[in-house]
Design a protein around this ligand. Structure first.
Ligand SMILES: Nc1ncnc2c1ncn2[C@@H]1O[C@H](COP(=O)(O)OP(=O)(O)OP(=O)(O)O)[C@@H](O)[C@H]1O
Length: 369
């Protein structure tokens, strides 16, 4: 499956654009502020129904307009498909797959997977554990779509147990009723921990190799850091029982996989706390590339990689390595202010697009003087 075309109307800085993507690497060039990131975000929006930059969809509508609309055409083994997202302030978002309305694009079978590297995404390395947990769960979903039910089951059991904790604390029900929910939470919790561990297991070795390849020294590693030490449901039940008094005082469950984290380290130290901005960027890039490789090895799907302005911060050698990695498999779209920053960017197998004056044009080097 590959993304063939992106069409947009009144999306951010664009009145309209109709863009054909390359089968492999697509390079988008343009000056600062030209609209390169907006183009990547439009592609992300068209594939997922969400922006990669904002949770406020109103920001996506071109100034002075009411409605934005993005369409993505894909080509799969069974033929062409079309996804569309329409948004108008105050209205429910209108999502369609092959012309049929859907609730969520994320649930559409065979929809393109996308992985995006934007400067804001450094928060994944630097920010709170909740961002990393959500990310690991997305990787689980991308690797094994059927396992999304595990996380949902855990979230429901957690909400039920928390509700019960406050009722027990208030004396409305007997503490003995908690035992059943401890078991339920533990059952889902152990399954969720197993999924997360398996996902990171599939990514970890690749991460080390790619990070080193991109020049991140100091034995870079990624590791799953579960809060619980339990190896089975009985063990997790025992841990929950130990903490029951403090849980009752607080009125919520303080222990379990909803407190897990993911550790990105160099020489055993967390990049979150000790890494330079450059090291954090390389680690994030390596993580996304490692996940992409793991997904490609597990499923018949390679996420489309969207990389915003990643080249300017790499030296020539690392740029070369990154381009090699990107050219290896699947589709990727890279933005840059300068085509010179993409080694091999002038190659015949690279699709070049230029953003200028609010428009996107195919950048055919042969036509240039
Ligand atoms: N809703 C909107 N309507 C119209 N223009 C918008 C909207 N949102 C953002 N813009 C404009 O989009 C431009 C920024 O585009 P974008 O971030 O894609 O640039 P870029 O090419 O990635 O730049 P850089 O190289 O500096 O990262 C700004 O000029 C901004 O005013």
């Amino acid at each position: 499956m590959r993304v063939v075309r992106l069409s947009l109307r009144n999306f951010r800085s664009y009145e309209s654009a109709d863009v054909e993507l390359g089968a492999g690497l697509t390079v988008v060039t343009g000056r600062n502020g030209a609209g390169k990131t907006n183009l990547l975000d439009a592609l992300y929006f068209g594939c997922t129904g969400r922006s990669a930059r904002t949770t406020n969809d109103r920001e996506l509508v071109r100034f002075g307009q009411k409605v934005t609309r993005v369409e993505v055409e894909t080509e799969a083994d069974d033929g062409p498909h079309r996804l569309s997202v329409g948004f108008e302030a105050g209205q429910p978002k209108r999502l369609t797959a092959d012309g049929v309305r859907v609730e969520r694009l994320l649930d559409v079978p065979g929809r393109p997977l996308v992985s995006v590297f934007l400067p804001d995404r450094l928060e994944l390395v630097k920010g709170t554990p909740s961002l990393r947990r959500a990310h690991v769960d997305q990787v689980v979903a991308a690797l094994w779509p059927a396992r999304t039910t595990t996380r949902r089951g855990y979230a429901q059991a957690l909400a039920q147990r928390n509700a019960l904790l406050t009722r027990v604390r208030d004396g409305a029900v007997s503490p003995t009723s908690l035992a059943a929910w401890d078991r339920e939470l533990a059952r889902h919790g152990i399954a969720l921990m197993a999924d997360r561990a398996a996902a990171i297991d599939a990514v970890a070795e690749r991460f080390g190799a790619i990070a080193a390849d991109l020049g991140l020294d100091g034995d870079p590693r990624v590791a799953y850091r579960p809060r619980s030490k339990a190896t089975d449901a009985d063990g997790l039940v025992a841990e929950l029982e130990e903490r029951r008094t403090s849980d009752l005082e607080r009125g919520f469950s303080g222990h379990g996989p909803h407190r897990d984290d993911l550790a990105l380290t160099r020489d055993g130290r967390e990049l979150r706390a000790y890494g330079s901005q450059g090291q954090q960027r390389l680690a994030l890039l390596a993580l996304l590339l490692a996940e992409r490789e793991a997904i490609a090895a597990t499923r018949d799907a390679v996420p489309v990689m969207l990389l915003d302005d990643v080249m300017s911060e790499l030296d020539r050698e690392r740029r070369g390595r990154l381009v090699e990695l990107l050219r290896g498999v699947g589709q990727s779209v890279v933005t840059t202010t300068d085509l010179e920053h993409v080694p091999g960017g002038d190659g015949a197998d690279v699709r070049r697009l230029r953003v200028e004056d609010g428009e996107v044009r195919a950048d055919d080097l042969r036509e240039q003087p």
